[in-house]
Design a binder for this molecule. Sequence first.
Ligand code: SF4
Length: 294
Amino acid sequence: MIIESCNLCSRRCGVRRDENGGNGFCKAGTTMKVARIAPHFGEEPCISGKRGSGAVFFSHCVLNCIFCQNYKISHGGFGKDISPLELANKFEELEKIGVHNINLVSGTQYIPLIRQALLLHKPQIPVIFNCSGYESAEGLRLLNGLVDVYLPDFKYNDNSLACRYSKALNYKASAVAAIEEMLNQVGSPSFDDDGMIKSGVIIRHLVLPSATKNSIGVLKQISESFGSRVLVSLMAQYTPCAKAVGHELLGRKITKREYQKVLDVLIELGLDGYAQELSSSGREEIPDFDLTGL
Ligand code: SF4
C-alpha cells in the first residue's frame, strides 16, 4: 500500500508513505509494526472484565509525548512487521481465547491497514480504538462501521502544554473535533448484561504533575462539548518515564492534593465514568513489549 499524502492525524504531514518507510512526524511507513498482542488487564473495569481485553500494541505514535510510558514502542518504533491478513488472524485467535474485546492501542498511523484487517475479519466481540485524541476526522471516517468503542485521550486544554510535552499544535480543538466524529459513528455508551461496554466513547484524561489547571480545563471542555454522551476515565497513574525522568515539572508523581482537586471538579460537573485510585500510580500496569503474541 502507498499513502500519497498522509493526513491521518491532525499533524497533516501530507507526506508520501510506502512499505519502505515514511517521512512524516510518526515515521511510520505502510507496513504495520506491532510490539505485543495479548490479553490485558490494566484497562477500565468495563473493558478488562474478568477475561481481559485483547490488546494489540502498535509501534510508533502520532504524539510521542515526552512522558510516554510506552516509549520503547512509541518513540523507539520497536516492533515486528505484520500484514493486515496476519492481524485479522490474530483477532480470531484473541476471540478464541475468550477476551472481552479487541483493543487497538495507538494505531492511528496505521488506520488504512487496520481497516483492511477489520474488513477481512470483523470480530464478533466489540472492537475498541484506543487513541490519542489527535486523529483527523477523515482518518477516523475510514473506521466508520468497523469500530464499536472509541477510547481517546483528551490530554490538554492548554495548547502550550501540548506543544511543550507532545509537540502538538492546536491539540484542544483537534481533540474536540475528533471526539465529535467518534460520537457521530458510535453514539452514547451501551453495555451488555455483565456490564461490559458494547459501544460508545470513553474519554481518558491522565492528570499530570503541576498541571491541575490543565486537567480542570479538560473536564470543563468535555462537559461543555459532550456532557452525558460520553464517559470519562480520570487517570492517576502518572509516573515519570522516558524524557520526563529528572524533568523539572514532570519528574515526579502527582500528589494527593492535586488529584483530589481534579476529582472534585469531575464530581461537581456530574461527569459519569471512572476515577482511578491514586495508589494506581506506578509501572505495574506497563506491559512488557517483547513481541508476545507475534
Ligand atoms: S499519521 Fe499523522 S504523524 Fe504520521 S505521517 Fe500521517 S499525518 Fe504525519
